[in-house]
Each structure stands twice: as C-alpha cells, then as structure tokens.
Design a protein around this ligand. Structure first.
Ligand code: MN
Length: 252
C-alpha cells in the first residue's frame, strides 16, 4: 500500500493539535499534584480482588467454551491476584523490617502477578457475548486506527500475526502510546517484562495454552479467528478515551 496516502482525521475537534503533532508539555495545562489528582480508584497494598466475570462462563460459546473460561478465570486469573497480594505484603514487610535480602524475588513476583492480573482483567472486559458486543469500531476509533495502522484490516492482520507468532506463552496487545500519541501493536512474550514503557494496553488477546487448549488444542490460529468474533469495541473505545487523558511528555 502507498506510504504517503492521505489519512483521514478523527471526527470532531482534536485537543493538543491532534495526531501528527509532537506533544508539547508546555502547552498542556495540568493541575498541581494532590491526593485527589486522579479520578481512578486506588487499590491499597495487598487488597486486590479477583474481578467477577462480566458474563456467565458459557457466554462466549461457541467461540470459547464454558470450561476454558471457568478454569481460566477462577483458577489462572485468581492465582495472579493471590500472588500479587502476597508479593505486595512481602515487600511491605521488607520495608518495615529493613531486610531486603529477597527483594529481587519479590519484585519479580510483583511484576509477574501484577501484569497477569491487569492483562487478564482487560482480556475479559475486551470480550462480550456475540449478541451483546459492538462488532466494529466507531467512526472516531476507526480514524485513529487509520492514522496509526493505515487500515482496519492492516491493524487486525498485525494483531493476529503478533498473537500467532509470539513465542510460547504470551499475549498480543493494542496499546495507546502517549509519548507519540498513536496506537501500536505489541507482543508480550514474558508479561513481567514491560515491552514499551508508558504504553497503555487497550485490547489484549491471551495466547497462553490455557486460554484455548480445551477448545482448540494446538490450533492457535483457529482460536484467534474465533476470538475476533467476541471483541467488544465499546470496551476498547472506553479504554482509549481514558488512556488519552494521560501524557508522557518528551520535552521539558
Ligand atoms: Mn491466561
């Protein structure tokens, strides 16, 4: 496809000059830091809960089976929440006692379980029963996809390829990168390693075998084809609107 194709801009007015212009922190008004700065809820140390599935176990059928969803949510996801709480409490005990001999281990547990909890929570909410989902991106979302990837088909091809090709257990993710104000697709090979600091995940697909083995055995590509029938663009667009409230200034 043509590299200098004129890309359509999202509908409506764009803050901060819109896409294509480097963000300039001087031009961005920001309230002084305070304890009430964020409008997002805080989770206290060691107090994470397993979020309930937003639909019954069988709601993703025929694409993902009831048993897969039950085991994946109630056992795998719950394990990350338990591990995250434990890591946070152990790190807190270390700080209180001043003995950091096991710090590296608990930091790894924090990153592994914390990433697992966040990614699974996004994964569940990214999907909806086939009858209840928004089956394609709305006008503004589509415009951002075009600016970032050239086309919807290009984006879907890249996300599917990233998920098919990521080695072993892993994920593929659509992320908002606040540093260059564009969407990107990233592979997440070891999810305890943040692959691009600052990028915010919007749409994630779990390609660990537990996500599809009961239904598709080793046929990951078949699972991915089915998974696209569950993606709820209402959720992706809500996540993008929230992510775009953040800035990562690249200049002083
Ligand atoms: Mn999983």
């Amino acid at each position: 496809m043509s590299g200098n194709k004129k890309l359509e801009s999202p509908a409506g007015s764009l803050p901060n000059g819109g896409p294509g212009q480097a963000p300039d922190s001087k031009a961005i008004p920001v309230a002084p830091l305070s304890l009430t700065h964020s409008r997002c809820p805080r989770v206290d140390i060691g107090q994470h809960d397993l979020p309930p599935l937003p639909y019954p176990y069988s709601a993703l059928e025929p694409y993902i089976g009831r048993e897969t969803v039950r085991i994946h949510h109630d056992i795998h996801h719950k394990g990350y929440v338990t591990g995250l709480n434990q890591a946070e409490l152990e790190l807190s005990r270390q700080r209180d006692g001043g003995d950091f001999a096991l710090n590296r281990y608990w930091e790894e547990q924090l990153a592994f379980n914390g990433s697992g909890h966040i990614l699974h929570s996004i994964y569940w909410t990214n999907m909806a029963p086939p009858s209840a989902r928004k089956p394609s991106p709305g006008e503004a979302m589509l415009a951002w996809i075009n600016i970032s990837f050239g086309s919807l088909d290009g984006f879907k091809g890249q996300l599917t390829a990233a998920a098919e090709q990521v080695q072993g257990s892993g994920w593929a993710a659509l992320v908002w990168n606040p540093a260059w104000q564009r969407l990107e697709v990233l592979q997440i090979r070891r999810h305890e390693n943040l692959t691009e600091w600052g990028a915010i995940p919007l749409l994630v697909v779990d390609v660990w075998e537990h996500a599809y083995y009961l239904d598709y055995q080793n046929r990951r590509a078949e699972y991915l084809k089915a998974w696209w029938n569950l993606v709820d663009w209402n959720d992706v667009e809500r996540r993008m609107a929230l992510a775009m409230d953040s800035c990562v200034p690249l200049v002083r």
